[in-house]
Ligand binder design. Sequence first.
Ligand SMILES: [Fe+2]
Length: 278
Amino acid sequence: MAQEARRAPNDIRPTLTDEKVLEFCKTGILTLEGVIPESTNRWVFDYLDQEDADPHQLVRDECFIDEVLLHPAVAGVIRSLLGAHFQLPEWMANHRLAGPVEAKYWHIDAGSNFERACNLLQVFYIPQANTAEMGPTLFLPGSHLVPIAREDIERFGNLAGQEMTAATAGSVFVTAYSIWHRQPPKADRSTRNLLKWVCWRTEQPVRDWMEDPNFDFGGADYTYTSDYFYGPARMWQSVPRVAEMFYWLSGKAEEFRMVGGAGWPYSSTDPGFQASSP
Ligand SMILES: [Fe+2]
């Protein structure tokens, strides 16, 4: 009989505020730079360096569960976005690259549905520092809500707004499952590890993160502004999608009502919208 999937314990404290959860709805990615301690990074790196290393075994390793999967900074974010008793991963992959490697295509992972919900999260952990030469994953923030066919996305080259996950050792990246991503060229001779797993929601969404009693659902700004290389740019089309995802996460899917046209949720607080729209 298959072993039952392990769920997160009761005592995990959510670490995200309303604003941070809304920010995640906009970008689909949250970076925790260097949160895993060096002592953990070292033993994980040493383990992965062994010839017979099987990263999949880490999902049943009590040290890995305590020090990485349930690290308060990591689990606190996942608890905020997936609710209590989220399901811990049943598998672990290591995207290990040795020596120079060509770039891969932009892609979305199998089963991506661009849903305005958050039932699973894809999590990445680098146990060693990643420089730009080591081929750190590129993500396109905001793309998790932009439906596209796999065969179309493959043709894209560099995209305005793409972000590279070059970061210090022990960094963790929590992403919406449908986010567009790719591996850029790996130019150096190093061996790089990138652990990746998925956590699942097990309970209905409810706004039980670090709520702010003054947060105003009707007046909040659901506009995502991306830092493009030629300056900040707003992703207008995603505004209602971001608002719908945030309402869903808050357990208010029934209350989500679009006015239509340029009405709510296009920001009523932003007079620039009407002026800048064609
Ligand atoms: Fe992928």
